[in-house]
Design a protein around this ligand. Structure first.
Ligand SMILES: Cc1cc2ncn([C@H]3O[C@H](COP(=O)(O)O)[C@@H](O)[C@H]3O)c2cc1C
Ligand SMILES: O=C(O)c1cccnc1
Length: 368
C-alpha cells in the first residue's frame, strides 16, 4: 500500500500557467489562430503535464503491454480460447504482433508485463514478470480478485511506469492482452460510470448476437453478485479498490497503476482502447488530477469506450474503427502527439519570421 499511497500523494494538477503560456505561444505562431485544431489542445495539455512551455518532446516513448487471464472466460463470453493470451505474449516477445509492427513504425519500445497470465512464461528480453496470480476468479460468481491482489497489481503498474521513466522515457503508451478482458472492461465501466451493461458491453473479438446477449447478462450478474450499486460513484478509496477487485482484471489494475505512475512522474500517457479506458476510470476515481496526464489515443469500436471517454472528458485523436487492443490505437496516435509538440519548438512566430499578423496590425492601425 505504501507505493500506492506515495504515488497518489505525488500527483499534482496539470500546470495551468504552463498551459496558458502554451496557448499564448500557439497564437504567436505563423498560422491562423486555431488552425491546428485538436493538435493545439494536445500541445497545451503536454505543457500542463510537464509544467513547461514549450513542453519537452515526448520521446523516447515506451509501450507497456499488461497481460493477464480472466476467470470469467469460463462463462463463454468470447469466441477465443484462453490459451491465446499466453500465445500472444510469446508473439509480442518474438516481434510478430500488430503492436510490434505499429511500435516499430512509430519508434516506440515494447515491454510486456505479466501480471496474471495463467501459465508459466520463460524468461525473455522484453518480458517483465510481476505475476500476482494465474488469472482472476470468475467475476460473475464473486470478486475476481482480493483487495490485496488489486493493490499489488496497481503497485506493479506504478513500478513499471516509474522504471520506464527512470530509463529515460518521456512518454508512456498503454497496451493490454487478456482474452475475455472486454467483459471485465464493460463491468468496470458500469461500476465507475453508472451506465447499464447493455450500453457498455460490446462484441470484443467478435461475439455473435447470442454471445453478446449472454455477455451482457454476465456483466449484469457480476455487478449484482458483487453488490455494486448503479451510482457509478465509488466515493471512498476503499470502495474504488473493492469495485476494481470485484469485476476488474489484473491487467486493468496494473494499467490503472501505470496511469497513476505516469501522472506522479509528470509524464504523458497515451491511452489505447476500451481496456485502458476502463483502467483510466479507476485511476481517475483514485486521483482525479491523473486525467490531466492522459491523452486518448483513439476511439475503439467497443460501445463502452465512447462512454468512458465522455466520462473522463477526453477526446480521441484517431478514430479508425479499431477493435484490437495491445496498444495499437495509442501507437497510431503517438506521431500526432510528437508533431503537436514539435510545432511548439520549431515553428516561427509572426515576429521572428517577419510575417504580418492580421490581428497585431489591427491593433496597431485601428482604421484597417
Ligand atoms: C489473436 C488475438 C490477438 C489479440 N490482440 C489483442 N486482442 C484483444 O482481444 C482480447 C479481448 O477480447 P475478448 O474480450 O473478446 O476476448 C484482449 O486480449 C485484447 O487485447 C486479441 C485477441 C486475439 C484473439
Ligand atoms: O477496444 C479495444 O481495445 C478492444 C476491442 C476488442 C478486443 N480487444 C480490445
Amino acid at each position: 500500500m505504501e507505493i500506492l499511497d506515495q504515488t497518489l500523494a505525488a500527483i499534482r494538477p496539470a500546470d495551468l500557467q504552463a498551459m496558458a503560456d502554451a496557448r499564448a505561444h500557439q497564437d504567436r505562431l505563423t498560422k491562423p489562430r486555431g488552425a491546428l485544431g485538436v493538435l493545439e489542445e494536445v500541445a497545451v495539455r503536454l505543457a500542463g503535464v510537464a509544467g513547461a512551455c514549450p513542453p519537452p518532446a515526448p520521446a523516447p516513448a515506451a509501450l507497456a503491454i499488461f497481460a493477464a487471464d480472466h476467470g470469467v472466460h469460463a462463462q463463454g463470453v468470447t469466441p477465443w480460447p484462453r490459451e491465446v493470451t499466453t500465445q500472444m505474449v510469446l508473439n509480442f516477445l518474438a516481434g510478430g504482433a500488430v503492436a510490434n509492427a505499429f511500435a516499430a513504425q512509430a519508434g516506440v519500445s515494447v515491454t510486456v508485463v505479466d501480471v496474471g497470465v495463467a501459465a508459466d512464461l520463460p524468461e525473455a528480453p522484453g518480458l517483465v514478470s510481476r505475476k500476482i496470480a494465474y488469472g482472476t476468479a470468475d467475476l460473475s460468481a464473486g470478486p475476481a480478485m482480493t483487495a490485496e491482489q488489486a493493490v499489488a497489481a496497481l503497485e506493479a503498474g506504478i513500478t513499471v511506469a516509474r522504471d520506464l521513466v527512470a530509463q529515460g522515457n518521456a512518454c508512456l503508451v498503454t497496451g493490454d492482452m487478456g482474452i475475455a478482458n472486454t467483459t471485465a472492461s464493460a463491468a468496470l465501466i458500469c461500476a465507475f460510470t453508472g451506465r447499464d451493461a447493455a450500453d457498455t458491453t460490446g462484441r470484443g473479438t467478435g461475439a455473435d448476437d447470442a454471445t453478446l446477449r449472454h455477455k451482457i447478462e454476465i456483466v449484469r450478474r457480476g455487478l449484482e453478485v458483487n453488490d455494486i450499486p448503479g451510482d457509478g460513484d465509488p466515493g471512498s478509496r476503499s470502495e474504488v479498490v473493492r469495485r476494481l477487485a470485484a469485476v476488474g482484471g489484473l491487467e486493468h489494475a496494473a494499467l490503472a497503476g501505470f496511469v497513476l505512475g505516469a501522472a506522479a512522474a509528470r509524464v504523458p500517457v497515451i491511452l489505447d482502447g476500451v481496456i485502458a479506458g476502463a483502467a483510466a476510470l479507476v485511476a481517475a476515481a483514485l486521483a482525479p488530477d491523473a486525467v490531466g496526464y492522459c491523452l486518448a489515443g483513439h476511439r475503439s469500436a467497443e460501445p463502452g469506450h465512447a462512454i468512458t471517454l465522455d466520462h473522463l472528458g477526453l477526446r480521441a485523436l484517431v478514430d479508425l474503427e479499431l477493435r484490437l487492443g495491445e496498444g495499437t490505437g495509442a501507437l497510431l496516435a503517438y506521431p500526432l502527439v510528437s508533431a503537436a509538440v514539435r510545432v511548439m519548438h520549431e515553428v516561427a512566430t509572426f515576429d521572428s519570421a517577419g510575417v504580418t499578423d492580421k490581428d497585431a496590425q489591427a491593433t496597431l492601425d485601428p482604421s484597417t
